[in-house]
Design a protein around this ligand. Structure first.
Ligand SMILES: CC(C)(COP(=O)(O)OP(=O)(O)OC[C@H]1O[C@@H](n2cnc3c(N)ncnc32)[C@H](O)[C@@H]1OP(=O)(O)O)[C@@H](O)C(=O)NCCC(=O)NCCS
Length: 175
């Protein structure tokens, strides 16, 4: 079975998507495509190709990227003396349908998002990929790929980021 990741379009079947978090289900059903077509945010969906048991347009997982202006700047030696805001990419949403959780789709989509962050950095500049974990339970998921706290001195700020140098390292392992 082949996993196909593409920009969301009218062909994608979203109604049955259920990741267990209603806010993320509703966003996919009601906002993701319109926002993508208006270039407000970009949603990429993963569907199974060549699976006789599954509609090849049914969304198995998705993620959403937006541009982001980082302020205050992250605690990082490279950016201490720079005026903010600084340009970055935000992973605004990441969700895997219940029936597909635990099959490394979350990981595959995260790596795809990191790859697109590198492309954005090369074309228009970005200091890294930022994410707001929905709950503290999700923090270890991001930590395992090298994400670090945006502000280690503030326990209330759950926001994390993957500095662009680490994004490049992740992508170089794919080549
Ligand atoms: C969190 C989520 C995206 C993970 O996707 P997934 O496809 O189930 O995860 P994967 O199979 O790619 O897991 C990759 C690794 O992350 C780990 N992992 C998965 N979910 C995790 C979690 N919630 N916390 C910590 N680690 C997690 C897995 O154990 C695996 O680690 P391993 O290499 O040691 O086996 C998915 O479970 C989901 O959509 N949850 C509901 C929505 C949500 O919470 N989204 C995140 C918003 S910030």
């Amino acid at each position: 079975m082949l996993l196909k990741i593409s920009e969301i379009s009218k062909q994608h079947e979203r109604k049955s998507f259920d990741c267990g978090v209603e806010e993320l289900n509703q966003f996919l059903r009601q906002q993701a495509r319109q926002k993508t077509s208006k270039h407000v945010s970009k949603t990429y969906v993963a569907c199974w190709d060549n699976n006789p048991l599954e509609n090849s347009n049914r969304v198995a997982a998705y993620y959403t990227l937006t541009g982001y202006a980082v302020s205050p700047p992250p605690a990082h030696k490279d950016y201490i003396n720079y005026p903010h805001p600084l340009p970055a990419v935000k992973l605004a949403r990441l969700a895997v349908d219940h029936s597909n959780q635990g099959l490394r789709l979350g990981e595959k989509l995260l790596i795809d998002a990191i790859r697109r962050t590198v492309l954005a950095a090369e074309q228009i500049s970005a200091i890294g990929l930022f994410v707001d974990p929905m709950t503290p339970d999700i923090v270890p998921f991001y930590e395992q790929y090298g994400f670090i706290p945006a502000d280690p001195t503030d326990d209330d700020r759950l926001e994390m980021w993957l500095p662009i140098g680490t994004c490049y390292e992740v992508v170089s392992h794919l080549i």
